[in-house]
Design a protein around this ligand. Sequence first.
Ligand code: HEM
Ligand SMILES: *[C@@H]1O[C@H](CO)[C@@H](O)[C@H](O)[C@H]1NC(C)=O
Length: 497
Amino acid sequence: MALSLYLLYFLVLAIVSIIFLNLFKKSNSKLPPGPPKLPIIGNLHQLGELPHQSLWRLSRKYGPVIFMKLGTVPTIVVSTPETARQVLRVFDLNCCSRPSLAGSKKLSYNYRDIAFSPFNDYWKEVRKIGVQELFNIKRVQSMEPIMYEEMSKIIDSFSESASTKTPVNLSEKFLSLTAGVMCKASFGVSFQDTVLNSERFNELIPEALKILGSFSASDFYPYVGWIMDRFTGLHKLRERSARDLDAFCEQMINMHLKKDKEENEDFVDLLLKLEKDQVVLGHEKFTRDNIKAILINILLAGIDTAAITMTWAMTELSRNSRLMKKVQSEIREKFGDKEIISLEETDELEYLNMVVKETWRLHPPSPLLIPREVKTEFEINGYTIPVNTRLQVNAWAIGRDPDAWKDPDVFLPERFVDSDINAKGQYFELLPFGGGRRICPAIYMGTKMVDFGLANLLNRFDWKLPEGMKAEDMKMEEAPGLTINKKHDLLLIPVKL
Ligand code: HEM
Ligand SMILES: *[C@@H]1O[C@H](CO)[C@@H](O)[C@H](O)[C@H]1NC(C)=O
């Protein structure tokens, strides 16, 4: 029974593929080169568990612009600073929309968010509000007390581990630090000691990220892929994840509606104000669904990325005692006597900032950025980039490009001495936040969370590898997902000064 359904499924796919193939034959434009395709699956079999790595290998064979078919979907990937500049600067306007994907549709209430919305009037206006009201410098400064509070909790817990010489699970602790900060800033409630700290909530975000990052047949086989998603159970998982996140947002919003006095204004307060004022964005009234979609964006985009950066930075530093000593002496010479280093003070830590940039070069948390969709045809290096193609920039490959970086495999923060390169999307060899119109709108917030977390933990503790472990034994593998974390949790022993 199941077998015959599979057969039917492949038959339908075959027909759809043939139709698509014929559509493409009509144009006589010159597509970028790429690996040979199989019928129906196209190049899907060439993507391993870590697609950014597979694509990097393919780009070394086929060049900086490659064309592939992922299922039936034409996909182009660029992998050098110059081709990224073409996409993100020169032809940004041709391709700054987002494709419709099953997971993102569900988790964004039909694209009523910022990250997955297509390029349209709604997106322009909601992004502007985000930049002006949610992600601005003033708002980040207003989050400082929250960051202090979360940081002192972590310092206390590490002091305890230090006195018993037990390793701490830094992968976990960084995540709970950023989750704590972002939850308090968004919902005004603290993550550790209230409703949020349930088993279920702890799983909500990783689960949603997994769904967004997982192979969904409907994204590669329009019209028919949804059948496959029913078989694999992905559909059910997606429904459940969306339902739980919805219930959670609903609960948070209701809590705010009951709140009588204006305390510290959080993200929910601000978004509720837009709803109450009956603001019109694009051509639609701003409603409860918009609020939820934006809150979910913030949870999914803001928590993992910063935590992952801190985990990789501490991993690289504990592999190299010279760099560790150097960054710690910079911090301690300036702020050694401080309980907690402030957000503003982290600006003075030049070497730490280089360490963070170098971490982003080798470990961009979201290595393929977020897929774009081409709306107007253009050309790169003489190759046609056709309409309705999915377009990705491989920031991970760019960080390892030997023409852009000397000894690209070596973690060397000093390479940024006397260099203007920063991570804000103006230098196409370093793109942890993407670039162009779709660049991460919260660069300042993300950077500050990372600088603050690292500066303080490096200031207050020395860090030792667990008993019997040597620097060269440290595992550097990546774990698959929408954001790329270290596969093996980082365990280190804090040593009190
Ligand atoms: C170290 C931390 C962070 C990193 C590395 C990061 C990285 C990224 C990347 C690579 C993109 C896609 C850019 C593109 O498609 O070209 C993005 C988009 C986005 N990020 Fe971040 N991000 C971080 C922190 C945050 C935080 C804290 C928030 C919110 C509070 C946030 C909200 C968003 C949103 C809303 C978008 C979608 C923008 C759009 O499509 O218009 N990010 N981020
Ligand atoms: C680190 O913490 C996470 C989250 O609590 C847990 O799943 C993981 O097993 C821990 N890792 C180790 C090596 O203890």
